[in-house]
Design a protein around this ligand. Structure first.
Ligand code: NAG
Ligand code: NAG
Length: 292
């Protein structure tokens, strides 16, 4: 993991680490594509309302595969492209899924002392990253809330050694901008957490995947002092990729994670990197170092 937390909303359309042996073959025959489409329908539980719709989706799927193949041929050295659960979606559908309101103006972070940055850093090895979550299906565009909550969970681990699963549902239900399942930005979530004075635990306020009435009577499990943007560059170091946790379960990508090329602003990853800030007045802080 790089410094700070990178939004899982920055999904790359076709990137998916395929199990060994299932990388796209150089020549795709119609039979091969048909077989892959059938596998896709089974794997992602697809049913279409008519044979015509199925043919249309097969066409989109085929174009996705061809695009994935082109990307694979020109990729930057770390990506593998293939079939994902979005393979039968048009570009418009995909963009619509992740569309968010325009960003607010935000204070730029102070520059960090660069000399102290390690060559590589994997917060998972310090036990600082909580288990991969699953936002379940495509009906609720809750990735922004999952990203923010995972950021806060990790910060509580790093600063206070206090592992906890926090309530994503509370962020969805109580979001100030009323974005909820319609999508949002990570800072919408932080603003909500600040406004509420903190978040309760996942156990106390479990995820349902639909926006419901805000319940504010829960015991706080964590809180934040604020949030800030991180430097928007990708300083060249040995590690040429970011490892990013998604919220699509452990079956997705590389056990729920994916790697994104570092140094080329892949998927706009440097555009609005943002993190919460945590600090507890009077509490001892034993910040964990990040293992390489
Ligand atoms: C597959 O989709 C059907 C209809 O959308 C749904 O009823 C069923 O629960 C789904 N199964 C799985 C395993 O997701
Ligand atoms: C968080 O939830 C996961 C299951 O999603 C569980 O395995 C883990 O033990 C929980 N962590 C804590 C600190 O409760």
């Amino acid at each position: 993991m790089g410094p700070g937390v990178l939004s899982p909303c920055l999904l790359l359309l076709w990137v998916w680490a395929l199990p060994a042996g299932s990388v796209l073959p150089p020549e795709l025959s119609k039979t091969e594509v048909t077989r892959m489409f059938k596998d896709f329908m089974i794997q992602f539980n697809r049913t279409y309302r008519s044979p015509a719709e199925q043919r249309r989706r097969f066409g989109i799927f085929t174009r996705s595969l061809l695009a994935a193949q082109r990307l694979q041929e020109t990729e930057l050295g770390t990506g593998q492209y293939g079939v994902t659960r979005f393979s039968d979606w048009t570009d418009e559908e995909f963009r619509g899924m992740f569309r968010s309101p325009p960003p607010p103006t935000m204070r730029q972070a102070p520059r960090f002392p660069r000399k102290k940055l390690p060559l590589s850093c994997d917060w998972r090895k310090a036990g600082a990253v909580t288990a991969v979550k699953d936002q379940v299906g495509d009906k609720c565009r809750s990735c922004w809330a999952f990203a923010a909550v995972a950021n806060i969970e990790s910060l509580w681990n790093i600063h206070f050694h206090q592992p906890r699963n926090l309530s994503v549902q509370e962020v969805l239900d109580c979001s100030l901008c009323g974005v909820g399942c319609k999508g949002g930005y990570v800072w919408d979530a932080f603003t909500t957490v600040l406004h509420k004075g903190g978040l309760t635990s996942e156990d106390a306020y479990p995820y349902t995947g639909t926006q419901e009435t805000c319940d504010s009577l829960n015991v706080l499990a964590a809180y934040i002092q604020g949030f800030q943007t991180l430097p928007g560059d990708e300083e060249e170091k040995k590690m040429q990729y970011w490892v990013i946790q998604n919220s699509r379960g452990e079956d997705w990508g590389e056990e729920g994670y994916y790697r994104l090329h570092r140094g080329s602003n892949a998927c706009g990853i440097t555009t609005f990197p943002v993190t919460a800030t945590v600090h507890r007045v009077g509490a001892p802080e034993h910040k964990v170092p990040c293992p390489p």
